[in-house]
Design a protein around this ligand. Structure first.
Ligand code: SF4
Ligand code: SF4
Length: 424
C-alpha cells in the first residue's frame, strides 16, 4: 500500500494531466470549423466534469445512483425522483492508481474505474449515494468487492443465458429487489404513474438517438463519428430531459446541414463501423485515428454509444407487474453484450448495420483484458469473411504508447478498402 503523501502527489499529477488532455481533446475537436455548432453543449459538459472538476448542475437535492454497464433500469431511478449516472471510465490518468488493486491483465475500464474511486479527482464520483453493478463480465462481478469501502454497492445478478423462462423470471426478481432498494434509499414509492412518466421521458431521448442514428446512414455524412460518440457518451452523465433537449437541437441543425449539402467527409471516404469493447471519453484514440486518416466512422454497436439506449420499453402495460416485466425485459432480451451466450443476435445486428450504413470495413476494438469481446473475434471474423466484409482487429489499452503502430495498421486497412472500391 502506498503512503498518503505518495497518493496525494499522484492524485495531483493525474488531475493536472487529465484537465490538460481533456481541454486539448475538446480544443482539437473545436478547431474543425465545419463542426455542428450545437456540439458546444456536449463539449461544455465534458469540460465541466473532467476539465474543471465540477459536478453537473440540476442534481442538487436528488439522490444520485451510479451505474455500470447498460443493464441497470434507469426508468426505476427516475420514477423514484433520483438520477442515474453511468460510471464506466475511460480515464487513462486513473489507470495507474487502479493497477494497485488488480492483476495486470484486467481491462482498462476497470483499472480506470477503481483509480477514480481511490483518487478524489472527479467530484461527480463523490456525489453518488450508491452504485449498482450488474454481474456482467468477470471484472464487473468482482468490482463491487473492491470499491465497497469507497461507496455503498448493490450488485445486480445478470443471467448469462437470456432466452429461457427461468432466466427471465430470475432477472425480474432482481429488478423487483432493486425497486425496493431504490424506494428505501429515496423514501419515494415507485408508482405506475411515475414509472410511465419515466418511460415516456426515456422514449423522447430514444427518439432523438434514433434521429441521429438514421442521419448517419446518409451517403454524405453531416456529423463525424467522434462527435456522434461524444453525444452518446454525454448521456452517461446528463439527465434524460436535458440530454434529449440538447440532442434535439443538434438533430435539427443536422437536418439543416443535409438541406444545405454540408458534409464532413468525402463521398468516397471509407465508411467504417466500430465494434467491440466500449470507447469512453476521453479515450478517443481509435476514432481519432480512423477519422484523421480519412475514414469516416458512420456506425458502431458499442455499449458506450449506439447500443446504449437502443432498446425500448412498451409504455402501456395495465398493471405494475406488467410494466416492471417490460422494463426488466428491455435490459435483457434485446441486449447484445458479449457476456451472454449465445452471440448470434449480436452478429445479426452487425450484419444489419453493415447493410443499413453501407459499411466498407469493420474495425474490431478489443481492450486488453476484455475477454468477452476477445472470445468472439474469430467467430465474427468468419461470418464477415463469408460476406466479403474486411475486418481489422485492434487490441489496445488507454495508453498512447501504441499510437504509431495503430496508425500504421489503420492506414493500411483504409488503403485496402480504398483499393477495393476502385480508388479514393
Ligand atoms: S459490453 Fe461490457 S462494458 Fe459494455 S455493457 Fe456489456 S458487459 Fe458492460
Ligand atoms: S466487458 Fe470488457 S470492457 Fe467491459 S468491463 Fe468487462 S472486460 Fe472491461
Amino acid at each position: 500500500m502506498q503512503s498518503r503523501n505518495f497518493e496525494d502527489r499522484r492524485a495531483k499529477r493525474a488531475w493536472k494531466h487529465l484537465t490538460m488532455s481533456v481541454n486539448n481533446t475538446i480544443d482539437e475537436m473545436q478547431d474543425d470549423n465545419n463542426r455542428p455548432s450545437r456540439m458546444e453543449y456536449f463539449d461544455e459538459m465534458f469540460r465541466t466534469l473532467y476539465g474543471k472538476g465540477k459536478g453537473l448542475p440540476g442534481m442538487d437535492g436528488k439522490k444520485v445512483i451510479g451505474t455500470y454497464c447498460i443493464h441497470v433500469p434507469e426508468e426505476l431511478i427516475y420514477a423514484a425522483g433520483a438520477v442515474p449516472m453511468r460510471l464506466c471510465a475511460g480515464v487513462y490518468d486513473a489507470v495507474d492508481a487502479g493497477r494497485d488493486f488488480l492483476p495486470d491483465i484486467s481491462c482498462p475500464v476497470i483499472k480506470s474505474t477503481i483509480g477514480l474511486w481511490r483518487m478524489p479527482i472527479l467530484p461527480f464520483y463523490n456525489s453518488c449515494d450508491v452504485v449498482v453493478i450488474p454481474t456482467s463480465c468477470d471484472w464487473k462481478t468482482k468490482l463491487g468487492e473492491i470499491i465497497e469501502e469507497d461507496v455503498p454497492v448493490w450488485m445486480l445478478e445478470l443471467p448469462h443465458i437470456k432466452d429461457t423462462e427461468a432466466s427471465r423470471q430470475y432477472w425480474l426478481s432482481e429488478i423487483e429487489g432493486l425497486k425496493l432498494k431504490i424506494e428505501k434509499l429515496t423514501g419515494n414509492k415507485i408508482t405506475r404513474k411515475g414509472l410511465k412518466q419515466a418511460v415516456r421521458s426515456i422514449h423522447l431521448a430514444q427518439k432523438e438517438f434514433r434521429r441521429l442514428y438514421n442521419t448517419r446512414m446518409s451517403d454524405t455524412p453531416v456529423i463525424s463519428g467522434r462527435d456522434a460518440m461524444l453525444v452518446m457518451n454525454a448521456y452517461f452523465y446528463d439527465t434524460v430531459d436535458k440530454w434529449a433537449e440538447a440532442a434535439k437541437a443538434l438533430n435539427d441543425e443536422l437536418d439543416m446541414r443535409i438541406q444545405k449539402g454540408t458534409q464532413v467527409s468525402k463521398r468516397t471516404s471509407a465508411r467504417i463501423m466500430l465494434t467491440g469493447s466500449p470507447v469512453i471519453f476521453p479515450n478517443y484514440k481509435i476514432p481519432n485515428i480512423i477519422e484523421d486518416m480519412g475514414g469516416v466512422l458512420v456506425s458502431d454497436d458499442l455499449c458506450s454509444s449506439n447500443q446504449y439506449i437502443n432498446d425500448m420499453v412498451a409504455i402501456d402495460e395495465p398493471l405494475m407487474l406488467d410494466m416492471l416485466t417490460a422494463v426488466a425485459n428491455r435490459y435483457l432480451l434485446p441486449c447484445c453484450c458479449p457476456v451472454f451466450t449465445s452471440s448470434e443476435d449480436r452478429a445479426e445486428r452487425i450484419l444489419q448495420m453493415i447493410d443499413d450504413f453501407k459499411i466498407s470495413g469493420v474495425v474490431y476494438h478489443v481492450l486488453k483484458g476484455c475477454h468477452p469481446y476477445d472470445l468472439e473475434v474469430v467467430k465474427l471474423e468468419g461470418i464477415l469473411k463469408k460476406k466479403d466484409i474486411p475486418m481489422l482487429k485492434l487490441e489496445t489499452d488507454y495508453s498512447l504508447e501504441d499510437i504509431e503502430q495503430l496508425r500504421t495498421r489503420i492506414e493500411a486497412f483504409l488503403e485496402t478498402l480504398s483499393s477495393r472500391k476502385g480508388g479514393n
